[in-house]
Ligand binder design. Sequence first.
Ligand SMILES: Cc1ncc(COP(=O)(O)O)c(C=O)c1O
Length: 390
Amino acid sequence: MAQRRETKAIRIQTSRTAEMEHSTPLFLTSSFMYNSAEEMASAFADDTLDINIYSRFSNPTVDEFVIKMCALEGAEDGVATGTGMAAIFATFMTFLSKGDHIISASAVFGSTHTILTKYLPKWGIEHSYFNMNNPESIEALIKPNTKMLYLESPSNPGLDIIDIAFVSSICKKHNILFVIDNCFATPAAQQPIQYGADLVLHSATKFIDGQGRVLGGVIVGRKDFIQPLYLFIRNTGPSMSPFNAWVLTKSLETLFIRMDKHADNALKLANALQNDPKVNHVKYPFLESHPRYHIAKKQMSNGGGLITFELKGGLASGVKFLNALHMISVTNNLGDSRSIASHPASTTHSKLSEEERQEVGITPGLIRISVGLEHSDDILEDIEQALVKC
Ligand SMILES: Cc1ncc(COP(=O)(O)O)c(C=O)c1O
C-alpha cells in the first residue's frame, strides 16, 4: 500500500540493526569497515556504488534524512550538506562554469546575494536579477550562456510569491536549469518539482529542524542532476554531519503538524495586525491583500510561518518595537517553535545597498516575524503591547 507523505515522514527509517531499536539509530562514525581488502578495493573502484566508505561520502543516518526529503518533495534523489548556504554554493559550483550566466530573483537571502555578486564574478560567472513581481521580464534576460534560473518562493524576507509553473515553462523552453530554495514553504506546504522545478534546495536549519538546534542543507531532484552534485560535495567536503542528520530526520516526523500550526498561528496574527493603527501593511501569502494571493493559493497548501509588517514610524519604531517585546525572541533565525522577531534592514540584508533593499521591499520599518508554536493569543498579546510603545 502506498503511504501518504505524512506517514513517510515518520516511517522511513534506516534498516533496523540487530539491536532491534524502535527509534532511528545514530551512526556517529567517520568511516566504515570491509570484510576483505578486495571488498575495500571494489568500494573505491566505482563512485556510483551504494556502499558506505567514509561519512564525507555517505552515512546511513544522513541517507535516511535525504530519502525522507526526496519522498516529501517528490524527488528521485538528493544529497545533504552542512548548511543551507553549502547547498546553494555547491549547486552553483556544480552547474556553472567560467563564462556562464545565471538569472536570479533579486529578492533572495542576503548570503545568496553575496555569492552572486561577490564570489561568482571571481570565477567569470555573471548574473542578472529579475523582480519577483515581474516574471514577464525574465525571458528578455536570457542569453546564449544562461545556464540556471534561481529563486525563492516565498522569498526572504519580502514574502514575494512567483508562479512556479510559469517560470518552469520559460526554463524548459530555453533549456535552463530551474533551481528553487523551498526553505520558507517546506515540502509540507509546497512541492516545486510538481510545478516543474529541476532542483529544490533547503536550509534545513529552519522549519525542517524546527527547534533552532542544528544547521543543515539538502538538494533534491532528478538522479542525473544529483549525481554530479553528490560528487562535488563528496570531493570538496561540505557534507552533513550524521548527528545533525539524526536531529533533522527526527524533526521531519513532526514537520506536517508543525507547519499546519505555524501557518494557523501566522494567519491569525496577520489578520489581527491588519487593523493596527501603528502598522502600514501586513504581508502574508494567504492574506487576500497579498499581491500574488491567487498564485499562493494555487501552489501552496498553507501560507507558511512567516509574516512581515511595516511600522508607520520607520527605523526608530522598529528599534522601539524589538526592545519592547517580552516573550518573542529577538534573533535572526527563523522556523523555530519559538516566535522570533527580526529587522532585516539592519541584519540579514544589511549587506545590500539601500537601493537594492528598496527594490526587494525591505523598508527601514519592516519587521519579520517567524511565527512559532506558542498559543496564538500569547504571540498576539506580546506584539500588541510592543506596538503600543513604538
Ligand atoms: C531562504 C534561505 N535560504 C538559505 C539560507 C541559508 O541557510 P543556512 O543558514 O542554513 O546556511 C537561509 C538562512 O536564513 C534562508 O533564509
